[in-house]
Design a protein around this ligand. Structure first.
Ligand code: NI
Ligand code: MN
Length: 220
């Protein structure tokens, strides 16, 4: 399985001949052309997460998995959708996914109500990946650590709209993942960070910080 960082909070996961996208806001990767995408996961309706999900869905015949309200919004623009809710495991050909709570707002770019925001726990090829989405630090992360024991956690660290570095280190302790990948930082000045603070903080709790540059690939 291969994880590719597409900037901001966008990732591609390639597994067993298929590719999935998460929060495909792709303005940082103009040369990237989504192809062979089977599924798109969207945590919430803000423009920097919904991104070009609807067009990618149409061009790839890919299914957008999102909470009921956001999925219906995408369907109203012609996307193929799987409307779900925070709850149990959802099965796919390539693995399974559970939607977990995120503490954040949620509306569409044109101001429509979009239900609750979420994060995802993916189980693919026997590995568990927690993708937090936009969220504050939350005691839910203790439960996610206890129940799912994610091998890898992908956490926002930019502050202002999400957790900051200090809180992401606390979250990482609670989650217990060996590998922590940061996101949602340095895209614009309001979420600029000194990444060395993240690296030293994660090292200090005995986990491995993996800071991906745009289009970097990480094999797991
Ligand atoms: Ni947001
Ligand atoms: Mn955001």
């Amino acid at each position: 399985m291969k994880l590719t960082y597409l900037g901001h909070s966008a990732f591609e996961i390639e597994t067993k001949g298929t590719k999935i996208l998460i929060d495909p806001f792709l303005v940082r990767v103009p040369a990237y052309k989504p192809n062979n995408i089977s599924d798109i996961f969207v945590t919430h309706g803000h423009g920097d997460h919904l991104g070009s999900a609807i067009n990618i869905s149409k061009n790839n015949n890919a299914t957008i998995t999102a909470t009921f309200e956001l999925a219906n919004y995408c369907a109203s623009y012609g996307a193929k959708t799987n409307d779900v809710a925070l709850g149990g495991w959802i099965n796919y050909k390539w693995g399974r996914v559970v939607l977990v709570p995120a503490i954040h707002g949620n509306s569409t770019p044109d101001g429509k109500y979009a239900g609750v925001p979420c994060g995802f726990v993916f189980e693919i090829e026997g590995k568990k990946i927690y993708y937090a989405g936009d969220t504050s630090l939350s005691s839910e992360m203790k439960v996610i650590g206890e129940i799912y024991k994610p091998d890898i956690s992908i956490l926002p660290i930019g502050g202002k709209y999400t957790m900051d570095i200090e809180h992401s280190i606390i979250a990482s302790e609670w989650l217990g993942s060996n590998t922590i990948i940061p996101m949602h930082f340095d895209t614009f000045s309001a979420i600029a960070v000194d990444i060395n603070d993240f690296i030293s903080g994660i090292n200090a709790i005995g986990a491995k910080p993996v800071v991906l540059n745009i289009m970097d690939e990480f094999n797991l």
